[in-house]
Design a binder for this molecule. Structure first.
Ligand SMILES: *[C@@H]1O[C@H](CO)[C@@H](O)[C@H](O)[C@H]1NC(C)=O
Ligand SMILES: *[C@@H]1O[C@H](CO)[C@@H](O)[C@H](O)[C@H]1NC(C)=O
Ligand SMILES: *[C@@H]1O[C@H](CO)[C@@H](O)[C@H](O)[C@H]1NC(C)=O
Ligand SMILES: [Zn+2]
Length: 324
């Protein structure tokens, strides 16, 4: 009898810490202001997210990124509410991977997750010219050489995160319907389901994967390790309001996860690079009728300086227009 009561009381006590002690959150005493108390690195000098000032970026033409396995149709995709966000993980082998761009070596997919805000005016973590987007996708990859995320976060080039912004559209994005309908089954924290439909990475991404900002930063959640090469793609993904709203129904131990974005951090001495399309110049040359008439082998090695100035000016003005 007493034994039983003790066991039940013991179990009851055990339940309390699990629910009352989310180790971090986005409000009050477990909010971002206090993360540094428990996690030293959250007070570091190279933290994420940041505001990207488009007037201060350094233009570069990096090698193409190789997206391997991004068009595979993947079964057994797991969707998990971890109490902070919703995670999408895959079981297929080999995992999708990326290389090229600013990356040295191959990076293997680990998981993807989302950050959102209370309403459609906020939600992204990084900002562009102080503009917020309603939601942001993070695809997390670890450097293959380091074998696992756990090992990789001991190295300054351990992780690469591909970040994508969302913006509103009147129409639903069909590829996201499978995700949002699955969200209804993981509203409670620490629940997982296997998605009923196969899933492909490319289907949920924007078309233009050539233009992106890249900089060195950190995880945007504790322990805030400064081990991330960020790639923020410029073209947003377009979702309907209802599709974003579905994420706001998810719950943590403390109620609905209404927002889960960290405020921007000082950029400090860091430089943000802006990758302009590496093939843009070639594309122009081939399309130039004079060049075509002159014969294919006579193409000059060096670029015509005035053309480069023109193209850069064009890119610059377009960027301003898009970002405004
Ligand atoms: C959106 O949410 C922010 C707080 O996160 C609030 O200040 C703002 O008034 C809200 N805007 C609308 C249109 O509800
Ligand atoms: C989730 O719930 C919906 C009904 O709300 C159901 O149609 C669907 O099959 C469930 N399971 C998955 C894996 O989405
Ligand atoms: C460079 O291009 C401009 C405009 O396209 C042209 O006027 C100029 O002659 C070119 N210069 C050379 C050196 O090819
Ligand atoms: Zn994230």
């Amino acid at each position: 009898m007493w034994f039983l009561i003790t066991v039940i009381a013991g179990l009851a006590l055990f339940q309390v810490p699990e629910h009352a002690c989310e180790d971090f959150g986005y409000d009050g005493v477990i909010g971002p202001t206090y993360w540094g108390d428990r996690y030293q690195e959250c007070r570091g000098k190279h933290q994420s997210p940041i505001n990207i000032n488009v007037l201060r970026v350094k233009q570069v033409a990096l090698p193409d990124i190789a997206f391997v396995g991004f068009d595979d149709s993947i079964d057994d995709v797991h969707i998990t509410n971890n109490g902070h966000t919703v995670l999408i993980e895959v079981e297929n082998e080999p995992h999708p991977r990326v290389s090229g761009g600013p990356l040295d070596g191959a990076y293997v997919f680990s998981q993807m997750h989302f950050h959102w805000g209370d309403n459609d005016t906020f939600g992204s973590e990084d900002k562009i010219n102080h503009r917020s987007f309603p939601m942001e996708l993070h695809m997390v990859f670890y450097k293959e050489e380091y074998k696992s995320v756990k090992q990789a976060i001991k190295y300054s080039d351990g992780l690469a995160v591909l970040a994508f912004f969302y913006e509103l559209d009147r129409h639903k994005h069909p590829a996201y319907d499978d995700i949002t309908s699955a969200l209804g089954n993981v509203t409670e924290p620490h629940t997982t389901i296997v998605m009923s439909q196969p899933f492909s990475f490319l289907n949920i991404l924007p078309l233009d994967l050539r233009r992106y900002f890249t900089y060195r930063g950190s995880l945007t959640t504790p322990p805030c390790s400064e081990v991330v090469i960020w790639l923020d793609f410029e073209q947003p993904i377009r979702l309907a309001h209802d599709q974003i709203e579905a994420f706001r129904e998810l719950r943590s131990a403390n109620g609905k996860i209404r927002h889960n974005f960290r405020p921007i951090q000082p950029i400090g001495d860091r430089v943000v690079f802006y990758n302009v399309d590496n093939n843009y110049f070639n594309y122009n040359e081939i399309d130039d009728p004079d060049e075509a008439n002159a014969g294919t082998n006579r193409r000059k090695k060096g670029h015509n300086y005035s053309n480069i100035v023109r193209i850069n000016l064009y890119i610059f003005v377009c960027t301003l227009l898009i970002m405004w």
